[in-house]
Design a protein around this ligand. Structure first.
Ligand SMILES: N[C@@H](CCC(=O)N[C@@H](CS)C(=O)NCC(=O)O)C(=O)O
Length: 207
């Protein structure tokens, strides 16, 4: 059985969506970031960086933090959501890595500086708006050529990016001018596992 430690937030949704897509049995442990539960010793023992999501798998004894590692683990465990063909497989890993190193942190910083920073810093807001637009343009260009980031098939790369495009929509970061990315987002948002994944744990962010 997999235990998932998470909150209603973009990085957490990647794990809930993947677990729902794969129909793996799992237990959700709600780590309330607002209440500082991610800084408690019991949680820091699972992730010393104090961030959700975390999974433990009692079948293998493996504990993982970092959403990309979790997505790769779940894909490898089931043989699904990561193409077998080497070209598509490495496309999926490349776009997953692009998400973890570029898209996720950039959108996250934009959310911080536009919505949560105690002081409005125009240069920081402008910088992360510009960087977000660049990321959206890169994703849009890829999706103008293929239905999914890895190519023809939906994969963990799409799940990773969707975690943040879902939040971008909620906080009104408009990407409608990126028409291929917008259509991809709508298509993924309609998947039953995705609809459920973004509601976990309750209460859902922005719902
Ligand atoms: N690179 C990490 C980022 C995890 C992360 O930042 N999670 C956020 C919630 S979306 C968190 O736990 N924030 C708590 C904090 O910043 O103190 C991943 O992909 O898992």
């Amino acid at each position: 059985m997999i235990d998932l430690y998470t909150d209603s937030s973009p990085n957490g949704f990647k794990a809930t969506i993947a677990l729902e897509e794969l129909a793996l049995p799992y237990r959700v442990h709600h780590v309330r970031i607002n209440a500082g539960e991610h800084r408690q010793p019991a949680f820091l023992a699972l992730n010393p960086h104090g961030r959700i999501p975390v999974i433990t798998d009692d079948e293998t004894g493996i504990t993982l933090f970092e959403s990309a590692a979790i997505l790769l683990y779940l894909a490898e465990k089931t043989g699904r959501l990561l193409p077998q063909d080497p070209v598509a497989r490495w496309e999926a890993i490349k776009w997953l890595q692009f998400h973890s190193s570029s898209a996720g942190p950039i959108i996250g910083q934009r959310v911080h500086f536009e919505l949560f920073a105690p002081e409005k810093i125009p240069a920081a807001i402008e910088r992360f708006r510009h960087l977000t637009e660049t990321v959206f343009a890169v994703i849009d260009s890829r999706l103008s050529q293929h239905p999914y980031l890895a190519g023809e098939d939906y994969s963990i790369a799409d799940i990773a990016h969707f975690g943040w495009t879902h939040i971008a929509r909620i906080v009104d970061f408009d990407f409608s001018q990126h028409t291929h990315m917008s259509a991809w987002h709508e298509r993924i948002a309609q998947r039953p596992a995705v609809r459920k994944g973004v509601t976990l744990p309750e209460p859902a962010t922005g719902a």
